[in-house]
Design a protein around this ligand. Structure first.
Ligand code: ZN
Length: 242
């Protein structure tokens, strides 16, 4: 259910694995994504199960309509009847409000400044890394009073640099923007390490409390991987402040 969790000065970070939910094959078991073809009732049940296991009210979790961009929405409560915006980062200064990001190989990025009481969740795949969604989220946090030097950053399970094979030109394009993302697969072909790229971006902004999940989604049978399975579920990362 909750594969990894961490609390730092009242800032809570949690990342799910694929087990402990009610979804059927190929979304078994804890699919939290609402746009992957799974039964909506199963997704709702899974989201409630995951929230309760984390100790969060399922009605106080903010989800995004992720589009591989760099858009950021500042939120002060659940969307309710409002349309869910197409953004790849959400930021809040509302304590107790949980922000959630969905992934299956992309990098889920959770950020919090426990002193300022500002949190953010971001979805960083290859396009998001290049577009700078994580720096955009940090800027939005700073505008709400956060200080990068106090930000605690956690990145979750994602496809690793030894598994994420891309064409040579694509690697060159991405590495031109973020050299830290340059990688080679375990079989010797061009690759990208998006997590390394995200961490380099955060370090450049002055974020120093950083931790990266050791899990590679493509290699772990306990996690959803789009590159491995195509039709599959979505993992979630959650961040909230006391
Ligand atoms: Zn890997």
């Amino acid at each position: 259910m909750i594969g990894q969790r961490d609390t730092v000065n009242g800032a809570h970070f949690g990342f799910t694995d694929r087990w402990g939910g009610v979804s059927a094959v190929p979304y078994e078991e804890l699919n939290l994504g609402g746009a992957v073809g799974d039964d909506p009732a199963a997704v709702t049940a899974n989201r409630a199960l995951a929230a309760r296991t984390l100790g969060v009210d399922p009605a106080r979790v903010v989800w995004m309509n992720q589009v591989h961009g760099a858009g950021v929405a500042v939120v002060d409560g659940p969307w309710g009847d409002r349309p869910v915006p197409s953004v790849d980062a959400v930021v809040t200064a509302e304590r107790g409000l949980a922000l959630a990001v969905l992934t299956a190989d992309c990098v889920p990025v959770l950020l919090a400044d426990p002193v300022a009481g500002v949190a953010a969740a971001a979805h960083a795949g290859r396009p998001g890394l290049v577009a700078g969604v994580v720096p955009a989220a940090v800027r939005a946090m700073t505008e709400l009073g956060a200080d990068p030097a106090r930000i605690v950053a956690r990145t979750g399970p994602a496809v690793c640099g030894r598994c994420y094979e891309v064409p040579e030109e694509m690697r060159a394009e991405v590495a031109a923007v973020e050299p830290a993302a340059h990688a080679v697969t375990s079989w010797g072909t061009p690759a990208l390490d998006v997590s390394a790229g995200v961490h380099a971006q955060l370090e450049r902004l002055g974020v120093c409390d950083l931790a990266q999940s050791p899990v590679c989604t493509r290699e772990s049978k306990d996690h959803f991987s789009y590159r491995r399975d195509r039709a599959t579920g979505r993992l979630a990362g959650y961040v909230w402040l006391d």
